[in-house]
Design a protein around this ligand. Structure first.
Ligand code: NZQ
Ligand code: ZN
Length: 385
């Protein structure tokens, strides 16, 4: 196990009715910028609940709405402008990963003199941020308890992840009931995203039993509860298990000490940057193609563990088991969860950008579980096509 420092200062309030904790924001100042997306929080009533609690706590509220899935730097800039002009004390995001990521970079940009895109390209330039709070409404990204944010400039086909300890939320409200209204498509994509985070950590040459067995437990939790949430959207236990598993997939608990550089995420971010697709769908399509591409004598034992401990297969032949595990994952994503099975099915109808996408993704994939060249990545894109 490698050395690591583990520190997650986020206060998590988990469960029904925990939104009342927003009242605690009054301890952080007077003026709050409320950031949200395209309006789902108005339809399902979360907006009204939050506004009442904030007003009762004596807070002054300014709003930034319309944060896009795959949030844009242009929206971040607008939020930074409001924070600076209105002397905002804190940022509250209510929504999924896109809204929360956007709020994180707004909070950092408010304390930065130049353009916020600098902070997306280089997280080490974040030296301070306004306090960040969130109410999570979609289980997927884990942004509610991690230092990361992913922002796009689609005018340049760019989507990059950044990270800083200053962007870790101060407090996150996780009420599984708030995810009842998430569509089937987003429930499936969210489950695939959290499974991908767990697998990016899990597929490592570093042996660390504690992290490995926890990761296997998280994957089993997601595989059990994803289909239940899909078919019974208001099943509290399924939504609660997915929510907490998603948070723990990326907060460092299963990655620190053993995780290699992630490789599926850099590839997916290129798909989103060029074609604006749903993150979790891209990951689900790429992951089995990646697994098949890198299966060899070095990686087969780990894939065999995956088949045994996550999917319950038995046997002694590593290759046979590896194929069973990969096939089970495909069946889960594309049949049980109904995720589109290839890139054409999410609207990517040509391969003309694969070379440039591979070049950019390759930068982020160095040192991964199995080293990938640009040629490897192009082959994975083609296999997923
Ligand atoms: O915008 P609204 O109207 O709120 O609708 C959203 C959006 O259309 C909707 N939604 C969210 N909660 C809902 C709901 N609809 C009904 N009921 C609810 N309770 O769902 C749609 C998708 O929302 P979005 O926030 O885009 O989804 P997600 O949470 O999957 O976030 C995806 C973004 O996070 C980034 C991705 O790249 C992508 O940009 N990631 C962030 C990470 C991080 N910060 O650590 C790590 C991830 O790997 C990922 O890269
Ligand atoms: Zn992800």
């Amino acid at each position: 196990m490698y050395n690591f420092s583990f520190h997650i200062p986020t206060i998590i309030h988990f469960g029904k009715g925990t939104i009342t904790h927003l009242e605690e924001l009054k301890d952080y100042g007077k003026k709050v910028l409320l950031v949200y997306g395209g309006g789902s929080i108005k339809k399902n009533g979360i907006y009204d609940n939050a506004i009442k609690i904030l007003k009762d706590a004596g807070l002054e509220i300014l709003e930034l709405s319309g944060v896009e899935p795959n949030p844009r730097i242009q929206t971040v800039r607008e939020g930074v402008r409001i924070c600076k002009e209105e002397k905002i004390d804190m940022v509250l995001a209510i929504g999924g990963g896109s809204t929360i990521d956007c709020a994180k970079v707004i909070a950092a940009g408010a304390k930065y003199d130049n353009d916020a895109w600098d902070l997306v390209l280089d997280g080490s330039k974040v030296n301070d941020a306004l306090p960040i709070f969130d109410v999570l409404t979609l289980s997927a990204t884990g942004t509610e308890m991690d230092p990361f944010a992913v922002i796009s400039d689609l005018t340049k086909n760019e989507k990059w992840g950044t990270g800083s300890k200053y962007m870790i939320p101060t407090m996150s409200v996780l009420d599984p009931e708030y995810t009842y209204s998430v569509s089937k498509k987003q429930t499936a994509a969210g489950t695939a995203d959290m499974m991908s985070h767990t697998m990016e950590n899990y597929f490592s040459m570093e042996e660390a039993d504690c992290q490995k067995f926890m990761a296997e437990g998280l994957l089993r939790t997601m595989i059990k509860n994803g289909p239940v949430a899909l078919n019974e959207p208001d099943n509290y236990e399924a939504r609660a298990n997915l929510m907490w598993a998603g948070t723990n997939a990326i907060n460092g608990i299963v990655g620190d000490g053993c995780s290699p550089a992630w490789c599926i995420h850099p590839m997916e971010h290129e798909l989103s940057a060029f074609y604006d697709i749903t993150h979790g769908e891209g990951l689900a399509i790429l992951t089995p193609a990646w697994m098949e591409h890198i299966l060899n004598d070095d990686t087969a034992p780990k894939f065999a563990d995956f088949a045994r401990n996550v999917w319950g297969f038995e046997g002694n032949d590593d290759y046979e088991l590896a194929h069973k595990g990969i096939d089970a994952l495909k069946k889960f994503f594309f049949e049980t969860m109904g995720i589109p099975a290839n890139l054409r099915a999410v609207g990517i109808t040509d391969d003309k950008n694969f070379e440039i996408m591979a070049k950019k993704a390759c930068e982020g994939s160095k040192g991964s579980f199995a080293a990938l060249s640009e040629k490897d990545i192009i082959e994975i894109f083609k296999a997923a096509f």
